[in-house]
Design a protein around this ligand. Structure first.
Ligand SMILES: Cc1cc2nc3c(=O)[nH]c(=O)nc-3n(C[C@H](O)[C@H](O)[C@H](O)COP(=O)(O)O)c2cc1C
Length: 369
C-alpha cells in the first residue's frame, strides 16, 4: 500500500525503528530487504558511548535495553550510508544531541551522506537530561528549528510518552517547521529484580519496549491525532499487521517496529508487510488515507459517554472443565451456577462492568442489551 509520509513515497507504511538492528550500512541493507517502507538508523551522536554488557533483557513479553546509540562516528556514516543505500530504499537518519548547533551539524552531515529524512531523538529513557528536554516545548522548538533551518530533507521529532503534555510538545514541533512526529520512544523502566542476588536485572534504568507498551503508544498517537495537525508515525509494541492497523485507525500515517524484529528476527517484518498487503488487497484499500483515523471518530471524551442499558449474557458455549473463574472474579457477586451446573447471571446484581467477558476462556459470556 503506497504511502506518502513526510513527503517521502514509501511502498508501504511499515518502517523499521531506530535500534542496533540498524547500526551500520550492512544491517540497514538487511532491514530494507524485508520489504519495509523505510528504515531509521540507530541514533547517531557526536560522542558514541562504549557498550554496557549486558544491555538487553527480556521477560517473555516486554524488553528493557540500555543500549545507548550507534557506535559509528558521524564521519563513518558516509561509508555506511553508501552501503545501506547501495540497493535502493529509504533511510531516515536518527540523530541526537544536547545543543541545537550540534544536532543541526549531525543532521546536515547525514543529509549530505544521503539520508532521505531526519528523526530527532530528543528523549532517552536511560539518562536524565533528555527526558527533561522531551517534556520542554520551548527546548524542543529550539532544537527542531535549528535543524529545520539547516537541512532540506523532512524532519520528524520522536516524542516521549513521559512528556508532561505530548500535544504541547508536538505543537512546538509544527511551529518549528517539523514535518511530522513519531511516538513513542521506549519508556524508563526496571524490568525486574533478582531476589537471590538482590540486584536489578540490568545495572541502570532501561527503556521498556515491546507488546506491553502498545496501549501507551496507541493512546499517545490518538491524543496527537486529536490535537495536532501533523503526520504521525506510531511506535510501540507492534507485533503483527493487526497492530499496524490499530495505529493507522487511531490516526497514524505510518508506523515503526523495533522489538518484534529483535525478538523474532527480520523475517517477522517481512511477514507483517506481507499480511498487511494481503489485508489491504482483500479490503480494497489502496492508500493509508482511506483508513487513517477511522477509529478516532468513536474515541469519545469521558464526559461524552452515554450509559448503555447492558447486562452480562451467557452464551451456550460449554465451560472449561472445573472452571469457575467468572464466579471467582465477579466484583458484584452477580454470577453463580444453577442446580444443573450452568452459569447464570443475577440480573439485579450485574453492573455490566465487562470483566468476566475478558476472562472467560471459552467466551461463554458477553454483554448485550
Ligand atoms: C535494543 C533497543 C535499542 C534502541 N535504540 C534506539 C535508538 O538508538 N534510538 C531511538 O530513537 N530509539 C531506540 N530504541 C527505541 C525504538 O526505536 C522504539 O521507539 C521502541 O523500542 C518502541 O517500539 P517497539 O516496541 O516496537 O520496540 C531502541 C529500542 C531497543 C529495544
Amino acid at each position: 500500500m503506497k504511502t506518502n509520509f513526510l513527503g517521502l513515497q514509501l511502498k508501504n507504511p511499515i518502517i523499521i525503528a531506530a535500534g542496533p538492528w540498524n547500526r551500520d550500512g550492512a544491517s540497514i541493507r538487511e532491514s530494507l530487504a524485508t520489504g519495509a517502507g523505510a528504515v531509521v538508523t540507530e541514533t547517531i551522536v557526536s560522542e558514541p558511548f562504549p557498550d554496557i554488557k549486558p544491555r538487553i533483557s527480556y521477560h517473555g513479553f516486554g524488553g528493557s535495553n540500555i543500549r545507548l546509540y550507534s557506535d559509528v562516528q558521524i564521519e563513518g556514516w558516509e561509508r555506511e550510508m553508501d552501503i545501506a543505500k547501495s540497493k535502493g530504499g529509504i533511510v531516515i537518519a536518527s540523530v541526537s544531541a544536547h545543543t541545537p548547533s550540534e544536532l543541526a551539524y549531525l543532521a546536515a552531515k547525514m543529509e549530505k551522506f544521503g539520508a532521505d529524512g531526519i528523526e530527532l531523538g530528543l528523549s532517552a529513557p536511560m539518562g536524565e537530561n533528555l527526558e527533561v528536554t522531551a517534556s520542554d516545548p520551548k527546548e524542543v522548538y529550539k532544537l527542531t528549528r535549528c535543524v529545520v533551518e539547516n537541512v532540506k530533507i523532512p524532519v520528524m521529532v520522536k516524542l516521549s510518552q513521559s512528556a508532561t503534555n505530548i500535544s504541547l510538545v508536538a505543537k512546538e514541533v509544527k511551529r518549528a517547521g517539523g514535518a511530522g512526529v513519531s511516538a513513542i520512544n521506549s519508556i524508563r523502566c526496571i524490568l525486574g529484580v533478582d531476589i537471590e542476588k538482590k540486584e536489578p536485572l540490568l545495572p541502570t534504568y532501561g527503556g521498556y519496549s515491546g507488546a506491553p507498551i502498545r496501549p501507551l503508544g496507541l493512546a499517545s498517537v490518538a491524543t496527537l491525532a486529536q490535537t495536532v495537525d501533523l503526520p504521525i508515525c506510531g511506535i510501540g509494541g507492534i507485533e503483527d499487521y493487526k497492530n499496524v492497523l490499530e495505529y493507522l485507525l487511531l490516526g497514524a500515517s505510518a508506523v515503526q517496529i523495533g522489538t518484534a524484529l529483535m525478538i523474532y528476527g527480520r523475517k517477522r517484518i517481512a511477514r507483517i508487510v506481507e499480511d498487511f498487503e494481503c489485508y489491504a488487497k482483500e479490503n480494497k484499500i489502496s492508500d493509508v488515507k482511506e483508513i487513517r483515523g477511522k477509529a478516532l471518530e468513536k474515541l469519545k471524551s469521558f464526559e461524552e459517554i452515554k450509559i448503555e442499558p447492558l447486562l452480562c449474557y451467557v452464551n451456550s458455549i460449554p465451560c472449561e472443565a472445573g472452571c469457575s473463574r467468572c464466579i471467582d472474579v465477579c466484583l458484584y457477586h452477580a454470577l453463580e451456577r444453577n442446580k444443573n451446573g450452568q452459569i447464570v447471571v443475577k440480573e439485579s446484581e450485574c453492573t455490566a462492568c465487562g470483566l468476566c467477558t475478558c476472562l472467560c476462556p471459552t467466551q461463554n459470556l458477553s454483554l448485550k442489551r
